[in-house]
Design a protein around this ligand. Structure first.
Ligand code: ZN
Length: 458
């Protein structure tokens, strides 16, 4: 074994790229304790905005007397790299600390980490509530997770602050390589994507990029394709974190990969204890148009931690259709109710609370607050006069009616009227929403003669 290791390191030293030779050693054994089910999927719950936070614990491997070439600042920088790579997917990482394992076997003085001692390493100073990350100065692999869906990985120091750290974390969170073969090879056209390869359809078929890395230019292949020695053309994604691209090009996950990781965090027993709440974003609640009796509305919470328990309260003109910790669906308590309502959420792991006000039923507030005035003190017979609506919020969307008068059609707060009778007339204005038409706001006006004006006009 020592001879083999020496050869590997000699190759590293000769290589122009510091990390061209070591690969990921994660084995793709199928996890029997957790089977992903589409019926219980993360996405089916509409929870794209829920934040996941994963506890990690760093272990720096040293020799028997506490010496190592792993820099002390690596755990902090690795945590930063993990958070940068996963932030856009609403997944973050929280460090529970850094410890040291002083055992020359794992160090440059010994054989380093290899197949024969890795299980023993993963049992050392194990944290039940964190993903344990072991940083080695000497190992057979760039990185190796205990399994696809697991709580441990080892990473070689030369790869520790590259995309490899996020790649190995991806294995712990249930991702296979994009070129995975244990379920069969994905066809270049992806027609069997659901049952072969990495079992994810939005990652294109990948023949294993190891032998094609030299073709990469700015992390892309010429014409976005590679052709195998058997003359088969593939269009793999050389920026995918779970491919065998170069560490510098490990840049992104696909939507399907993110969904698969979140499904595992939601459902896999092995991951439940490592999840925590570390969101610093304020919790928000979505807005909704009016809530009707016939049209229910769903309010979703955003920036909620995965393991939050939510208590909902609603105004007494609303009723609950369904609710869980992440959302509530409500409708009006009966077809005729009209007024302001609200939903309110409080949480077990946060002192925040959020409230959303909403119109329940048809609009009606303007009946209390609104009033009309005419342009002049009097409204004159057969003369265009302006009526104004005051005391309302909306400037548009009004429906007007005025007795015995011509009107210039308007949806605004003002209207021109031309009375064709003398004496009392009524002007009416109202609003409509998806629940229906609100009540009329009715105002009485007296139409009078305006002598001077009429005489001049005649
Ligand atoms: Zn891997």
């Amino acid at each position: 074994m020592k001879v083999k290791i020496t050869i590997i390191f000699a190759l590293i030293l000769l290589s122009s790229s510091a990390y061209a030779q070591l690969q990921c050693g994660t084995e793709s054994t199928e996890n029997v304790a957790y089977q992903r089910k589409s019926t219980n999927s993360y996405s089916s719950k509409g929870l794209e905005e829920v934040s996941f936070c994963v506890n990690v614990y760093f272990h720096i491997l040293r020799n028997d007397v506490g010496q190592t070439s792993v820099p002390a600042y690596y755990p902090g920088t690795m945590l930063q790299k993990l958070n940068e790579d996963y932030e856009q997917y609403n997944i973050s990482f929280n460090s529970l600390g850094t410890g040291y394992i002083d055992n020359s076997i794992y160090s440059n003085d010994g054989v380093g980490v290899y197949r024969g001692n890795i299980d023993q390493l993963f049992d050392t100073n194990d944290h039940p509530n964190a993903i344990d990350i072991y940083i080695a100065e000497k190992s057979d692999w760039a990185g190796r997770a205990d399994a696809v869906l697991s709580k441990d990985f080892v990473i070689h120091k030369d790869y520790a602050i590259t995309g490899v750290v996020s790649h190995e974390m991806g294995h712990c969170l249930n991702l296979y390589h994009t070129h995975e073969l244990q379920f069969g090879q994905e066809l270049p056209n992806g027609s069997n994507c659901e049952t072969t390869g990495d079992l994810i359809c939005d990652t294109p078929a990948d023949p294993n990029l190891t032998n094609y890395q030299h073709l990469l230019q700015n992390c892309l292949f010429p014409n976005n394709s590679i052709t195998t020695p058997n003359n088969v053309t593939y269009y793999p994604d050389p920026k995918n974190l779970m491919s065998y691209t170069t560490p510098d090009c490990m840049l992104r996950f696909s939507d399907g990969q993110v969904e698969r990781m979140k499904d595992a965090m939601f459902n896999a027993p092995i991951l439940q204890d490592v999840l925590t709440c570390c969101s610093t974003e304020p919790i928000t609640i979505s807005q909704a148009d009016e809530v009707c009796y016939s049209i229910s509305r769903t309010f979703n919470l955003e920036n909620l931690c995965y393991n939050t328990q939510t208590t909902w309260q609603i105004s007494n003109n609303l009723q609950v259709v369904e609710h869980d910790d992440f959302s509530i669906t409500v409708k009006a308590i009966n077809p005729s109710v009209s007024g302001q309502g609200w939903v309110n959420a409080t949480f077990n792991n946060s002192s925040q609370q959020v409230t959303q006000n909403v119109q329940v039923g048809v609009p009606n507030y303007y009946v209390q607050t609104g009033y009309m005035e005419s342009q002049f003190v009097d409204i004159f017979y057969q003369r265009w006069t302006r009526l104004f609506l005051f005391g309302v919020e909306e400037q548009n969307g009004w429906e007007w009616e005025v007795d015995y008068s011509d009107i210039r059609p308007s949806e605004t707060q003002t209207i021109l009227i031309y009375p064709r009778v003398l004496g009392p007339i009524y002007a009416r204005v109202r609003r409509e929403n998806q629940c229906g038409k609100g009540p009329w706001l009715i105002e009485y006006f007296e139409v009078v003669e305006e002598g001077g004006f009429k005489i001049l006009k005649q």
